[in-house]
Design a protein around this ligand. Structure first.
Ligand code: ATP
Length: 261
């Protein structure tokens, strides 16, 4: 299932955040959505999950055959099955790891839970937790690190097998092991569409295409190779990200200075 924005305008009651966004994310693709802080990336994620509706224009799901349906015409349960957004701080509840994973897919069999847990490196968290996969993770997952919580959130979303997966800066919290897990997740995506909201060059490079938001519009679209070597909107964003927040900098980013991963 692809995602299409057609002339999307959106505001929160003040000045427009999105001011005519046209975006075509093909089914099965991985797109990195990039922009300066406040550019409207999370707003796009929330529009894809229909937390909000656009003020003008439409957001649509597009079948691999090219049939488009406005999100407003999709029943809520169907949309919740089709689209998953993993945010910066996905809430976990005070229960076991396995239970937390199953939240989005109560009927998943044990084999599938174990497979997804392994793919996302959650099995390694379980190995360290008193009580293993059934051990409680504390209030809101307090006994886990940010990177571990991000891995659990990613695994939980994958277990539900959504057609569209939006990772809203999840990768900012991922440790190196989990970045590897993310790479596996993207490789095994099949026809799932993945939208990565990312700052790290190492994450951006995993996308087939990069979309840069600036001034409420799409400023630049291209492959990571094209955009990181061009003196354009992506470079402007990457040059403004504080080195610590950017995490890894690497060759694809043009070799700008920054700390190692
Ligand atoms: N619930 C809200 N109510 C009012 N204004 C909001 C709300 N959410 C976001 N905004 C504003 O909308 C603009 C876009 O925010 P958004 O979170 O989409 O940007 P972003 O590109 O994801 O930024 P960041 O990289 O800092 O997370 C910002 O100016 C922000 O202050």
């Amino acid at each position: 299932m692809g995602v299409r924005f057609r002339g999307v305008r959106f505001d929160y009651g003040g000045p427009p955040v999105l001011d005519g966004v046209d975006l075509d994310i093909p089914a099965g693709g991985t797109v990195a959505l990039v922009g300066a802080s406040g550019a409207g990336k999370s707003t796009c994620a929330h529009l894809i999950a229909r937390f909000w509706d656009p003020t003008e224009g439409s957001v649509e799901l597009v079948s691999p055959r090219g049939d488009a349906v406005d999100l407003r015409d999709i029943a809520d349960p169907d949309l919740r099955r089709a689209v998953a957004v993993v945010g910066q701080d996905t809430p976990l509840f005070h229960g076991g790891l396995a239970e937390n994973l199953r939240l989005a897919a109560p009927d998943a069999d044990d084999g599938r839970v174990a497979e997804v847990a392994r793919r996302c490196g959650v099995d390694r968290i379980a190995a360290d937790l008193p009580g293993g996969a059934d051990g409680a993770v504390g209030e809101r997952g307090a006994t886990l690190s940010g990177g571990q919580r991000a891995r659990v959130a990613l695994a939980r979303a994958l277990l539900a097998d959504p057609r569209v997966l939006v990772l809203d800066e999840t990768t900012a919290a991922l440790d190196t092991a989990a970045e590897e897990a993310l790479a596996g997740v993207l490789t095994d995506a099949g026809d799932r569409t993945t939208v990565l909201i990312a700052h790290r060059p190492s994450t951006i490079r995993r996308a087939d295409r990069v979309v840069v938001l600036e001034n409420g519009r799409v400023a630049e679209v291209g492959t990571p190779e094209e955009l990181t070597t061009r003196d354009g909107a992506l470079r402007r964003v990457l040059d403004r990200v504080p080195a610590g927040a950017a995490g890894a900098t690497d060759g694809a980013a043009g070799g700008s200075a920054g700390p190692p991963d």
